[in-house]
Design a protein around this ligand. Structure first.
Ligand code: SF4
Length: 313
């Protein structure tokens, strides 16, 4: 079983949502229900989408340029963001996900589908305008964060959105995708997590602690520095709230390491007890508890197939 921090949160919020995303959804399945679950799993809220645009500009434009020795200008970053924003918005308005033959992997970076189109049938224009303002704000703030720019510019090599995997316990592999890992010759690596949240109140230490543990235990990728090894306590962890311009620097104490380890093990154990290693065909959706709070259903991508199966609320 693959375990991730986001899957653990989804499981605690609604076991059935976890089932749809992690067991039912399958891009290559012949079963139309599984294909539909896969396409629904791609639905995004407008706020998640604008955060992803910022992430994509950083990881696909700013970081590759930094690795070549250039720090692109704010104007260039905004132009790239606007291009992505316009293309994805035009695609999302077509909302082609009722077509079960759609192959997401062939749609390139135009692809975006919105929760609002699926469940309300239209896009909230004001929210879209607000989303663009927030993309711009996030990029302006990023370019004003001198400490973070200094870390990025002084790094010897940076990887973005790279999968880190390690074995947590029998049959459980942890999968983590830190936004940025900055390797430095003269210092331990730094991990940066970008957050594009309006209030920026969430303290992301647990998520960052799991990333640090994953970086210390994973099999290094071929492009990691030769002989790379590190300890979680050595890694500098930054949570960068790009809308509120707050940077939180975290360092791991022994108690936090233990807490993060216990969180992973208890969550993985909870999921494993319910699924017992069984695949989709051997599982019954009714064995997965529905959401405790109605608000979770309002935001849920899988409402269409969940409510077809049973009247949850
Ligand atoms: S609609 Fe509600 S109960 Fe059904 S999967 Fe989503 S969150 Fe869970």
């Amino acid at each position: 079983m693959r375990w991730s921090y986001s899957a653990s949160r989804s499981f605690r919020q609604c076991q059935r949502q976890w089932f749809f995303k992690n067991r039912a959804a399958n891009a290559r399945a012949k079963d139309p229900f599984q294909k539909r679950a896969y396409l629904l799993s791609k639905l995004q809220s407008i706020s998640a989408w604008r955060g992803k645009i910022v992430d994509d500009v950083i990881s696909e434009t700013i970081i590759p340029n930094l690795n070549r020795g250039f720090f692109i200008t704010l104007a260039a970053a905004k132009t790239r963001a606007r291009d992505l924003f316009n293309r994805q918005l035009a695609y999302a308005k077509r909302h082609p996900i009722t077509d079960l033959t759609l192959q997401v992997s062939k749609e390139g970076d135009d692809f975006a589908v919105f929760h609002a189109m699926e469940y309300e049938g239209e896009l909230p224009e004001q929210e879209i305008e607000q989303a663009w303002c927030e993309v711009e704000t996030a990029l302006v703030n990023l370019f004003s964060l001198e400490d973070i720019k200094r870390i990025l510019k002084s790094s010897d090599y940076i990887v973005a959105q790279r999968a880190l995997q390690f074995t947590l316990m029998d049959d459980v592999t942890v999968l983590a995708y830190p936004d940025v890992i900055a390797f430095r010759d003269d210092a331990p690596p730094a991990i940066i997590d970008w957050k594009v949240h309006a209030f920026g109140m969430n303290d992301a230490w647990l998520q960052l602690a799991i990333y640090a543990i994953a970086l210390s235990r994973c099999k290094p990728h071929a492009d990691f520095p030769r002989g790379f090894e590190t300890q979680p306590q050595e890694i500098t962890l930054y949570e960068v709230q790009l809308l509120t311009n707050v940077v939180r620097k975290h360092s791991l104490e022994k108690e936090q390491m233990i807490e993060a380890e216990e969180y992973m093990i208890s969550s993985a154990y909870e999921i494993a007890c319910l699924t017992e290693g069984r695949k989709y065909a051997d599982l019954n959706v009714e064995d997965f508890r529905t959401a405790v709070y109605e608000e979770a259903c309002q935001r849920c991508a899988f409402r269409a197939i969940c409510w077809e199966k049973s009247h949850v609320y």
